[in-house]
Write a protein that binds this ligand. Structure first.
Ligand code: NAD
Length: 353
């Protein structure tokens, strides 16, 4: 039998992982040769950004707590102006995917290096992907220039992530790893990372739900999220991500919750065409991986149905048509009938078929 050929490209990043690693930030700035940090966050996490500023003392030249969802270009342009006015030579981003998005947009426009301090499991800090919105349109680009130079994963920064958010954000991360396993350009290295990541998150998320202060579970979840981010940044995604993108954009649905609902259904849809991947998934999720992901959603009290997120039932046909409109690679051909069933079940919150 001919062995498969594959291509593996690693994205460069320096990663510091563990509890209390935020303390390494000043030394990491010295390593990078930078002295003037502008710290970005969402308004809700300004207190975290101010804490980082206190840690850096005079090396923090400003806090810019203006990150919002979907990385609007006017917000990014204003942040660049602020960075210029402050004379910043590095962007320090503390927060989830929205904050990392702002940091990436600043880096793209100014060339400033970035140090990311992730506080959710979205994984954007590991990807060369930037999605920006302007005039209601989201445009996504892949550009290595947006990759943060340094990522500090401090488990302590995730201890306050509410259990509900940890659950949906964690399943969002699992989705990156699941689709990486059957990506058109998948490779054995990414598959190893994906399986380890799924196992870590599937174990950790219910434990966090049971006890949000479980430090070992928080450690495992962040570790899994890091690996899931590498998966997302390294290989192409398929039906699940495209469907979530379409649903999120067309019906204004929240990102992580939409992922948590769709993932079991997307995997069940693809299952007949990916027997080897399903076998690997059985090793980490048990006999019925799609059902296990559905049950994981229930265990962490994630919403089960798109209806709960506010998507009208009449939207199902439109969602299917939009999903079919821009063809993309998927292990199973996009079949209108079967796609309708998938979206219908996700809409009503039934288990995957
Ligand atoms: P988010 O960054 O929008 O955060 C949601 C809210 O939770 C914000 O108010 C944030 O301040 C708050 N928050 C974050 N961490 C917290 C913590 N530890 N404790 C308490 N509150 C906290 O949500 P997200 O799910 O991390 O990111 C979603 C966004 O990231 C989407 O826009 C998505 O498109 C993008 N994303 C991009 C990529 C990429 O590769 N470009 C990858 C994944 C996600």
């Amino acid at each position: 039998m001919t062995q498969p050929r594959f291509l593996y490209t690693a994205n460069p990043a320096r990663v510091i992982f563990g509890a209390g690693t935020l303390a390494e930030l000043p030394a990491e700035m010295t390593n990078l040769g930078v002295e003037r940090a502008m710290i970005v966050s969402t308004p809700a996490q300004e207190v975290d950004a101010q804490r980082v500023a206190r840690l850096l003392g005079s090396r923090a030249v400003g806090v810019h707590p203006e990150a919002v969802m979907h990385t609007p270009v006017d917000v990014s342009d204003a942040a660049c102006l602020r960075a210029q006015t402050l004379g910043a030579d590095v962007v320090v981003a503390i927060g989830g995917g929205s904050t990392t998005g702002l940091s990436k947009a600043i880096a793209l426009r100014t060339g400033l290096p970035q140090i990311a301090l992730p506080t959710t499991y979205a994984g954007s800090e590991m990807t060369p992907i930037l999605g920006e919105t302007s005039g209601g349109e989201k445009r996504t680009q892949v550009n290595p220039a947006v990759l943060p130079e340094v990522v500090i994963y401090d488990v302590d920064l995730t201890m306050g992530l509410p259990a509900g958010m940890a659950g949906t954000s964690g399943i969002n991360a699992i989705a990156h790893a699941v689709e990486a396993l059957y990506a058109q350009n998948s490779n054995p290295v990414i598959s190893l990372l994906a399986l380890d990541a799924i196992a870590a998150l599937a174990r950790a998320l219910p434990a966090i739900e049971a006890n949000p202060q479980d430090r070992s579970a928080r450690h495992d979840a962040l570790y899994g999220a890091w690996l899931c981010g590498i998966c997302l940044g390294s290989v192409g995604m398929a039906l699940h991500h495209k469907l979530c993108h379409t649903l999120g954009g067309s019906f204004d649905l929240p990102h992580a919750q939409t992922h948590a609902i769709i993932l079991p259904h997307a995997l069940a849809y693809n299952a007949p065409e990916i027997p080897e991947v399903m076998e690997k998934l059985r090793g980490v999720l048990g006999d019925d991986p799609a059902r296990a992901l559905y049950d994981l959603g229930r265990a962490v009290h994630a919403p089960a149905s798109l209806a709960e997120l506010g998507m009208p039932r009449e939207g199902i046909a439109r969602a299917r048509d939009l999903a079919l409109a821009n063809p993309y690679w998927n292990p199973r051909a996009l079949e209108p009938e079967a796609l309708s069933v998938l979206i219908e079940r996700a809409h009503s919150g039934e288990p995957p078929a």
